[in-house]
Design a protein around this ligand. Structure first.
Ligand SMILES: C[S@@+](CC[C@H](N)C(=O)[O-])C[C@H]1O[C@@H](n2cnc3c(N)ncnc32)[C@H](O)[C@@H]1O
Length: 229
């Protein structure tokens, strides 16, 4: 825990982002630290991959389950006009600190968004539409996927792209199958060597997925062969 400096490099950019991790934010019921208090390797993997694969110029971006918010902050650095970092309420102060630490006030906002909660979404979609949804390390509990799907369906419009990075764990496939059952198409874009990079400490396998919402199923998606999970 502490402050981390994460390098973001593209052909015309070499910049670092400041990310504070929290060590005093616990679940009020279990007393355990909230998982979003610190940066997960999937966030490093996605942030590292984004500059060379996605164009954020002029885009409106939302990050779900943002934790410390690295992918969303990376989108802001790469030219997104507007970024909304969302997570459960106790993590919002930490997210705000990271927005301020990088001088993104005014362009990056922070808001509570609990997956599946209509209350969280109300007011959000009337005033905003999003071009890109980012998620890292959110495929760890199959039971959460129905709520996550509901939120994704509410915030996505025709043309909204969803990109997600995940460590591949024994239950990742189950989470992805839940998304498929909810009508999403799951396209595996890249896997394996992603973990072998600066800042990612273990050699676990990671993947980046494009998640295609039901209404956009016929839009252009990568033709990379899809591995079944
Ligand atoms: C493993 S952490 C990943 C955090 C961050 N995305 C990263 O990669 O560093 C999972 C995140 O999902 C958030 N999350 C889990 N269930 C959620 C829910 N039902 N609604 C909103 N956020 C949720 C957690 O609070 C946490 O920030």
């Amino acid at each position: 825990m502490g402050v981390r400096e994460i390098q973001v490099a593209a052909h015309n950019l070499n910049h670092s982002l400041i990310v504070h991790e929290l060590d005093d934010v616990c679940d009020s019921v279990t007393g355990r630290p909230l998982t979003g208090s610190w940066l997960w390797d999937s966030a490093l993997v996605l942030s590292h991959w984004m500059p060379t694969h996605l164009n954020f110029h002029g885009k409106a971006v939302i990050e779900l389950g943002a934790g410390a918010g690295l992918p969303g902050l990376t989108a802001a650095l790469l030219g997104a006009t507007r970024v909304l970092l969302t997570d459960v309420q106790p993590l919002l102060a930490g997210l705000l600190k990271n927005v301020e630490a990088n001088g993104f006030e005014g362009r990056v906002d922070v808001r509570e968004l609990v997956w599946g909660s209509d209350e969280s979404i109300s007011g959000l979609t009337e005033s905003s539409t999003f071009d890109v949804v980012l998620m890292s390390d959110v495929f760890y509990d199959p039971e959460e996927m129905v709520g996550l799907s509901r939120t994704l369906k509410r915030i996505c419009e025709e043309g909204t792209e969803i990109w997600a990075a995940s460590e591949l764990r024994p239950w990742t496939g189950e989470c992805l199958n839940e998304l498929r059952d909810q009508g999403f198409q799951v396209v595996e874009i890249v896997t394996s060597q992603l973990g072998v990079q600066e800042g990612v400490e273990d050699c676990n396998e990671f993947a980046i997925f494009q998640i295609v919402p039901p209404l956009a199923e016929n839009c252009n998606v990568s033709t990379t062969p899809v591995r079944e999970f």
